[in-house]
Design a protein around this ligand. Structure first.
Ligand SMILES: *Cc1c(COP(=O)(O)O)cnc(C)c1O
Length: 402
């Protein structure tokens, strides 16, 4: 029996770090420091530095981070916030649960991230312009569009320069969903330098769910920002609106990062750069194997302005369901991110964007398949994955099997 190749191996990495990780638990038990305290502060300091920013506020998870970042940036009821349909549902949940209404613009066919031209078309054609505030007013609801949430999907940043230019022109707050992009980089032509994911908008949300490039041993997240007032509001919002103990300046939430997870994240953060490099090597391996075999798959596209961190390695194939089944039959795991674009998901049906509203996202949702991707994936296993895929889908020359 051949080995199975998991979609994601979370066992090996934690086994390797077991002593350091259990030492964190021992420290928390010895000091009874379970929520807040020095381990949280230390991680916040180090992760802010990693993102090349002054502030990081630890949160209970990525969804809380995104919701509280929006609220802290002043987004709330009566606002429209624009994002993309091809993302995890948390992106849209955070927008509605901040009190705003999500609306969508389509993605770029090659990068799967927000298409800036579609954002412009939305602002110019699906909105009218408020003559006083220069803000765009959604024609669907008459409400002002106050923010945009680009999603750095699969570990690759959205094309931020033109998005930021539109944000300037239309007075939009930019909150980055960087939950899949720890350490990804974007070459800003406006600034003539590489920028880290999370450092380009007013604030950004990260998730440390176990399967993310930086994952806790449980739930965790963070907001990063260069804006001190946003950081301070996030600190209060995550802790019942407290400025001091039992002094509540506003109503907040319980969205705190616990100390054990922070300690674990500090241990793992030391390895993140190396792990991201290993993911890039795995991606390069796939790329070369697919090119050599002329497999009938669409491989990820990396524009000159992007240094992705391959949270996922996503290909497109014509007959995905069959391929996924055939891979499973030979013990190879895979995933679909995401099968239903959000505008067609039940909670957002009432927004009235029907099928055909965002054709690029809809086509991607029907064809994307995420292959095994993690730092320890061996080249032998990758070779087997590609061989099985070629057997299933054929080559470009033979044409995909019908
Ligand atoms: C994981 C993820 C989130 C939510 O993070 P949680 O920690 O699971 O709450 C939000 N957006 C995207 C794109 C994600 O991948």
């Amino acid at each position: 029996m051949r080995n199975t190749i998991p979609f994601l191996d979370l066992v090996t990495v934690h086994r390797t770090l077991k002593e350091e990780l259990t030492a964190v638990f021992t420290k928390a038990v010895d000091t009874a420091g379970f929520v807040g305290g020095p381990m949280v502060l230390e991680f916040e300091r180090d992760f802010a530095r990693f993102c090349e920013l002054p502030y990081c506020v630890g949160m209970a998870n990525g969804t809380d981070a995104l919701r509280l970042a929006l609220i802290a940036a002043g987004i709330g009821s009566g606002d429209v916030v624009v994002t993309v349909p091809l993302t995890f549902i948390a992106t849209a949940e955070a927008i509605s649960q901040a009190g705003a209404q999500p609306e969508f613009v389509d993605i770029d066919r090659q990068t799967y991230t927000m298409d800036p031209e579609k954002l412009r078309a939305y602002l110019e054609r699906s909105c009218t312009r408020d003559p006083l505030t220069k803000r765009a007013l959604s024609k669907r609801t008459g409400r002002p569009v106050t923010a945009v949430v680009p999603v750095h999907l699969y570990g690759q940043m959205a094309d931020m320069d033109p998005i930021l230019e539109l944000a300037d022109e239309f007075d939009l707050t930019v909150i980055e969903d960087a939950c899949q992009a720890h350490g990804a980089e974007y070459f800003s032509k406006r600034e003539g330098r590489w920028r880290r994911a999370g450092s380009m908008g007013r604030a950004a949300a990260f998730s440390f769910y176990p399967g993310k490039n930086l994952g806790a041993c449980g739930e965790a997240g963070a907001v990063v920002t260069a804006d001190e007032s946003v950081a301070v509001r996030c600190q209060m919002l995550r802790d019942h609106g407290q400025s001091q103990k039992y002094v509540h300046d506003m109503e907040g939430y319980n969205g705190r990062l616990d100390a054990i997870q922070a300690g674990i994240l500090s241990v793992k953060l030391c390895h993140l750069g190396k792990w991201n490099d290993e993911r890039r090597l795995v991606a390069r391996g796939y790329h070369e194997l697919f090119a050599d075999t002329e497999a009938a798959v669409v491989v990820p596209h990396v524009p000159f302005w992007s240094r992705p961190v391959y949270h996922l390695y996503v290909v497109q194939v014509a007959n995905r369901e069959r391929l996924q089944k055939e891979l499973a039959a030979v013990g190879i795991g895979s995933g679909i991110h995401y099968p239903v674009p959000l505008h067609l998901a039940k909670p957002y049906e009432s927004l009235g964007f029907g099928s055909g509203s965002f054709p690029v996202a809809e086509e991607a949702a029907a064809q994307v398949l995420s292959l095994p991707m993690f730092p320890d994936l061996s080249s032998e296993d990758q070779y087997r994955v590609v061989k099985e895929i070629v057997q299933s889908v054929g080559t470009r020359r033979s044409g995909a099997r019908a």
